[in-house]
Write a protein of this length. Structure first.
Lengths: 114, 109
């Protein structure tokens, strides 16, 4: 059983389109995250939800809209895709306000915008 | 603001020992974490240091000095499969875990 699963794994689309990535975790964690990893492997926090409530929004363009229908799911919708959105998007989860620094990552969704 | 500095690349041979250093500047500090990421894979948690000193887990050890805002990851008896990127990370006040830019470790035979 995969702990944190994301779909789709690969996404190739044209500029201007809208796309969504879905994430689910079966670890019973309260907190979920979206990270973006660019071509230089820099991992940057985008959003965090705790028990369906948005708690972190790190100056991400409002074309990006996360949604958490329940604490086991966190989706990411991106409007009007731009070339610079090409990256690997990682979903992660942790226990509530985990201070151990231990996040559980999904396998990533590689988005390519043409 | 917050920042983490680590070397961009390290090379070593099988069987050797390698140390990857990390210095950090952050507002609020709970501890230093280390992650491993193979090409095309997900970051996976390796270790966490909340207090000063050395934590050992098998071939990998991690060290923290809070007074120096410094830590390192020590990898012993290197194997080819250890070739990967290694990230240090901290969780500042009010935000999620932030990562260094990663160190690419290449292990050759």
């Amino acid at each position: 059983d995969t702990a944190v699963s994301q779909t789709p794994k690969y996404l190739v689309t044209q500029m201007g389109n809208d796309k969504s990535i879905k994430c689910e975790q079966n670890l019973g964690h309260d907190t979920m995250y979206w990270y973006k990893q660019d071509s230089k492997k820099f991992l940057k926090i985008m959003f965090s939800y705790n028990n369906k409530e948005l708690i972190i929004n790190e100056t991400v363009p409002n074309r990006f809209s996360p949604k958490s229908p329940d604490k086991a799911h966190l989706n990411l919708h991106i409007n009007s895709l731009e070339l610079g959105d090409s990256a690997v998007y990682f979903c992660a989860s942790s226990r509530q306000t985990s201070r151990s620094g231990e996040l559980f990552f999904g396998e990533g969704s590689r988005l390519t915008v043409l | 603001g917050q920042s983490l500095e680590q070397p961009s690349e390290v090379t070593a041979v099988e069987g050797a020992i390698v140390q990857i250093n990390c210095t950090y500047q952050t507002s609020g500090f709970y501890g230093l974490s280390w992650y491993q990421q193979h090409d095309g894979g997900a970051p996976t948690f390796l270790s966490y240091n909340a207090l000063d000193g050395l934590e050992e887990t098998g071939r990998f050890s991690s060290f923290l000095s809070r007074s120096d805002s410094y830590g390192y990851l020590l990898l012993q008896e290197l194997q080819m499969k250890d070739s990967a990127s290694y990230f240090c990370a901290v969780r500042p006040e009010g935000t999620a875990l932030i990562f260094g830019k990663g160190t690419t470790l290449s292990v050759s035979s």
